[in-house]
Design a protein. Sequence first.
Length: 448
Amino acid sequence: MGTETVRTHTADETAGRKREQRGWYFYDWACSVYSTSVLTVFLGPYLTAVAEHAADADGYVHPLGVPVRAGSFFAYSVSLSVIAAVVVMPLVGGAADRTGRKKPLLAAAAYTGAAATTGMFFLDGDRYLLGGVLLVVANAAQSVAMMLYNSYLPQIAPPDERDAVSSRGWAFGYAAGSLVLVANLVLYTAHDSFGLSETAAVRVCLASAGLWWGAFTLVPLRRLRDRHARAERAAAPGLRQLLGTVRDMRGHPLTLSFLLAYLVYNDGIQTVITQASVYGSEELGLGQSTLIGAVLLVQVLAVAGALAMGRLARTYGARRTILGSLVAWTATLAAGYFLPAKAPVWFFVLASGIGLVLGGSQALSRSLFSHLVPPGKEAEYFAAYELSDRGMSWLGPLLFGLTYQLTGSYRSAIVSLVAFFVIGFVLLARVPVRRAIGAAGNPVPEKI
């Protein structure tokens, strides 16, 4: 009878864990639409056009009396959102670990971002300042929510399931991004058929991403559950919380070594994502429809890539699979240097290579880091993980811009990004992952 009770309890525990995992996937499904449709495709050109409409005769807008060139307003707004996220994430992460109440904080961040994105429907005429404020709020809220979302991974998946669970989450996100982007592109390209102006169609596409984000966030909020905090710690508001996190991480130097490697190669990944369209338009002479089609192809193939690399990790371990993906990134960029101009087919081949390694390298990095987090400090450490992503993502664009400035060649600029993948490979290869997991106080998986 006792054995039967244990079996029933184990079965119930497994079923409950699987239910939480399925709910967890749906937050990626909910929020990835913002990254794809809003940030990657529609908002940059549209907000720039609104700012240019509001600009003075010299091409400047004046938010809070500060002269800003209209063409730079979107980039400055993104930078301001990163600063806001860098300030807020450690505070929210510390509060989540201290109280164990991640779900209310996730709900607050997600619905703040979703509301700001839905509010972009009212971005028209010369309301560039409204657009900037909504972008800062939405982008910072997304960073905070993703930090909380990621911090659930060590709690809902045992070590031997973590690579697969993380990969499925990324796949869900890319699938949703592809689905909504297709719908948005149909609406945008055929806006006359729907009785909409081009401007109205863009506003509907922006707002629809916010509505999607808010609607599907209900699923993880219903299925995820809070855990009791391992220990009550005194509140440490403001700068003290950030400094406390940094001091604690210094006690885990191998975890910091992985973060450094991730910072370097992920900066390369993010720069390729943001600059590939510039390379396609300026160097290869490709049209907007080709570039949007390439974005969609990357989204679709990233689903398959994330799942395939998750399976590879079961055989070879996450660390080896990530190292292999960095070799693939290097080869893809090297091939991109030789792409002929005015040849969309070859650009789509390049996009295919990016898509196949994009989702998997990000998903496995997340799952590998989850093994290196001391128990009870998940949100706090994932705040640092997000900070290394958001807060240092200027190095790649800087190298890209400087290389172009010095050489006058976008081909040289794109191939210069190989440095991030080579250096990241060397740094990651030097991290003794098994020893790092043990030092963090976690069980070491058979394959890692």
